[in-house]
Design a protein around this ligand. Structure first.
Ligand code: URA
Length: 179
């Protein structure tokens, strides 16, 4: 049932015309992963390679995310990965507030369908869109409201590799498996 709901939602996202980002996209990027999913990762918005393929986190930031997930002992195939904004902003600019507001119901619907036990908000855009708070360096690493964990966006870790250890240690905190 979850899969059916999710593919209906994917179709809605892929044909969405609610904001002007739809005019410039090749593909919308709804997200990918299991349904239901214990763990959800939320980024900011698709980049060039994601727009071309319709898949989340397949560019440079995605490769860094793969490396960090592996170091944290998490399998990418067991995690649902998406972003706040489902269409690429021109020149990878930051999403505007109006775009975030238009797109947020899709993320909420994904959360409702997938029932993740824990949702990792990667970067300030995700933290602001979902929790109404930003300041990753202060918020990171702690479980908030019983199910949210804020950490760096993988692109920030690409720019500053010194953040990798903290990023991996935050991702380890997502492991919902009993020891
Ligand atoms: N950055 C994001 O936030 N999401 C993607 O899918 C790719 C890069």
């Amino acid at each position: 049932m979850n899969r059916v709901d999710l593919s209906r939602l994917d179709q809605q996202i892929c044909t969405c015309r609610l904001c002007s980002l739809s005019e410039g996209r090749k593909c919308a990027v709804p997200g990918s992963g299991p349904a239901p999913a214990d763990i959800m990762l939320v980024g900011e918005a698709p980049g060039r390679e994601e727009d071309l393929t319709g898949r989340p986190f397949v560019g440079r930031a995605g490769r860094l995310l793969d490396e960090a997930l592996e170091q944290a002992g998490l399998e990418r195939s067991k995690v649902f990965i998406t972003s706040v904004i489902k269409c690429r902003p021109p020149h990878n600019r930051k999403p505007k507030k109006a775009e975030i507001d238009q797109c947020r119901p899709y993320l909420q619907a994904q959360i409702d369908i997938l029932h993740p036990k824990i949702i990792c908000l990667m970067g300030n855009t995700a933290a602001l869109a979902v929790l109404g708070r930003q300041g990753v360096t202060i918020l990171r690493g702690q479980i908030m409201q019983d199910r949210f964990l804020v950490t760096y966006h993988p692109a920030a870790v690409l720019r500053n590799r010194n953040l990798m250890n903290d990023f991996v240690s935050d991702l380890k905190g997502l492991n919902t498996q009993e020891p």
